[in-house]
Design a protein around this ligand. Structure first.
Ligand SMILES: Nc1ncnc2c1ncn2[C@@H]1O[C@H](COP(=O)(O)OP(=O)(O)OP(=O)(O)O)[C@@H](O)[C@H]1O
Ligand SMILES: [Mg+2]
Length: 579
């Protein structure tokens, strides 16, 4: 601003120069004049007295007397001169000193220092000019301070805008800063459509009443409107893409709307001026701000500030939108990568599973084929032997027979898995199938209590009796094995266990539930027990439930499992009754 130290030293130097110069000049002049006078008079008198023949003694006396008179004269002259000089110095130097003091005071920052110089000379003129300079300096400094404040404010706003990464938050900030920091009254922010048209859909507002008023006008809800809404200059001017000041627009609105003025309209008419401010994103007007103000005038300076403000806002908004877009892309990409990875993993697992199945299928098919003939031989020979062997050996033959039956089931399951289940349907009753399965497992079920709650309403349906029998056999054997694994024996060493079988008709379906008191199905394997070759037993193929599901699905039914609250598992089999 000012180099005060330089100004001060300059002033001090000037002061000394002027004072010393004047005093030095006057004293020098006086001394020279006196010396010349003494020299002149003494020389002249001496010469005259010698010429007149006066004795040296008298000359000496005469000179002494003249010298004394001269000194007295000179003393009086100097005194007079000094008085004149001091008056002159006071007259000339005092205003200079005052001016100098004022200059120093003003330079030190006190712009209210008054210069009281009413002289009519050049110094007086300088003092007047100085007062003018002082005033204009004061105004300039005030102006500069104001600008400085504005710059600080804009810098604060810019920092705020450019450090936020949420577009909605920035729009909120725009409204807040325009009202609280820049002193505008009402703000409406509208999102422009893709082709830059004004849309009424996205309006954010600093004032809800004001928003209502504008919407009322735009939607022509105001009665007695004297001009078509499209003709109102009130409609924001998007086409120019620039800040447009609409002075005294409120008066105009007042004229066209006439008397029908709601509170909101009144509020709007309280505004003196409106400004349309487009907000550009990537150089395209994307938002439009309608600013209403009760300020009497909107100056060029206000417009410049708005311009700078909007530039900061659009940079902030652009950054935030870019960030949001980037985050959205990153999220989408991450989701897509996750989906693809999962798909790939599933695919890989499926392929590996299929390959395993093909290999297992080939092996199982061969084994089943190889076992079928020896099993048939065992069965026929047991049949013949039963007719010939004594009774005490009969139980051994029974054991061989059961082992053969069980082996045959395994072979059939395996064949069913390899070739798939093909049905030979006949009309049969599900209850009878269950009874048949229970009968064939009478030996295994000896240690278990079996409770049956069969509904009499179960209709006969078209089913493959062989496979349905197979299905229930699987479930019953699993139940017995689960109870064996649970290992509860009664005092005689026999297992205490219970299988409850219920059948009924529910919504044109036959529903059969088989509950046991075994260990239940552990939660972590519940989803896998119907998969082929999945099993937790040392002996067993893990095909039982997978074939069971295939059998029931071929009958368009379903099979499910849940654990009982009291322990054990319940399998439910649903077979639809055809209409
Ligand atoms: N009633 C049940 N209670 C508890 N777990 C069961 C029950 N039934 C089946 N499971 C579980 O489901 C698994 C798969 O049964 P699935 O009948 O398919 O094969 P498996 O019985 O192990 O072998 P397989 O039936 O070929 O002899 C079993 O190993 C067992 O862990
Ligand atoms: Mg099984």
């Amino acid at each position: 601003m000012f180099n005060l130290s330089y100004t001060k030293s300059f002033m001090i130097k000037q002061k000394f120069t002027i004072e010393v110069k004047i005093i030095f000049l006057i004293l020098t002049t006086v001394t020279v004049v006196i010396s010349l006078l003494i020299l002149f008079f003494t020389t002249k008198e001496k010469e005259l007295l010698i010429t007149l023949g006066i004795s040296p003694k008298e000359i000496e006396l005469f000179i002494n007397r003249v010298s004394q008179e001269l000194i007295l004269f000179l003393g009086i002259t100097i005194l007079v001169l000094l008085i004149i000089l001091s008056i002159l110095v006071k007259k000339i130097l005092s205003p200079i000193f005052k001016l100098s003091l004022a200059t120093r005071t003003v330079a030190s920052g006190n712009l209210d220092y008054p210069i009281e110089l009413k002289t009519q000379d050049e110094i007086g003129e300088i003092a007047k000019d100085f007062t003018v300079i002082e005033r204009s300096l004061k105004a300039t400094i005030r102006d500069l301070r104001e600008r400085n404040k504005e710059i600080e404010l804009l810098s604060k706003i810019t920092t705020k805008m450019t450090t936020r990464l949420n577009s909605q938050e920035i729009i909120g900030l725009i409204i807040e800063d325009l009202t609280t920091e820049l002193g505008y009254d009402y703000i409406l922010v509208s999102k422009l459509s893709e082709d830059g048209e004004y849309s009424q859909d996205h309006i954010f507002s600093g004032d809800t009443q004001m928003k209502q008023a504008i919407e009322d006008i735009l939607e022509e809800k105001i009665e007695n409107i004297k001009a078509p809404v499209s003709k109102l200059p009130f409609l924001p001017d998007v086409s120019s893409g620039k800040i447009v000041i609409k002075e005294r627009l409120a008066d105009f609105i007042g004229e066209v709307i006439g008397e029908s003025q709601s509170d909101a309209i009144q509020l709007m008419l309280g505004a003196k001026n409106f400004v349309d401010v487009p907000l550009h994103i990537k150089e395209k007007p994307t938002y439009l701000l309608l600013i209403a103000t009760s300020k009497e005038t909107i100056t060029k300076h206000d417009k410049d500030i708005l311009h700078t403000f909007m530039r900061a806002a659009s940079i902030g908004l652009e950054n935030a939108l870019l960030y949001e877009e980037k985050t959205r892309w990153a999220d989408e990409l991450e989701k897509k990568v996750e989906e693809r990875t999962k798909e790939l993993e599933e695919m890989t697992a499926k392929i590996a599973h299929q390959e395993k199945m093909v290999a297992l299928g080939t092996m199982a098919s061969r084994m089943s084929h190889e076992l079928k003939n020896p099993l048939a031989i065992i069965r026929s020979n047991v049949y013949f032997l039963k007719k010939k062997v004594p009774m005490e050996l009969m139980k051994y033959l029974d054991m061989i027979g059961r082992a053969e039956e069980r082996s045959n089931i395994v072979v059939e399951e395996t064949m069913g898995f390899v070739k798939g289940v093909s049905l030979k349907k006949e009309l049969a009753n599900i209850n009878d199938c269950i009874e048949e399965a229970l009968r064939s497992l009478s030996h295994e079920l000896k240690k278990v209590e079996v409770e049956k709650e069969f509904s009499e309403d179960i209709p006969s349906v078209l089913i493959d009796v062989h496979w349905i029998h197979n299905l229930f056999t699987n479930i019953f054997i699993n139940a017995v094995q689960a109870m064996e694994e649970e290992g509860v024996f009664h005092p005689e060493g026999e297992l205490i266990g219970k299988i409850t079988i219920k059948s009924c008709v529910v919504n044109s379906n036959i529903e059969v539930s088989i509950s046991d008191t075994g260990k239940g199905v552990p939660q972590d394997i519940k989803d896998r027990i119907f998969d082929p070759f999945f099993g937790t037993k040392i002996r067993g193929t893990g095909l039982g439930l997978s074939i069971s599901r295939e059998i029931i699905e071929k009958h368009k039914g379903s099979i499910n499992v849940f654990n009982n609250e009291s322990g054990g598992a319940t399998f439910t089999v649903v077979i639809p009754i055809p209409e």
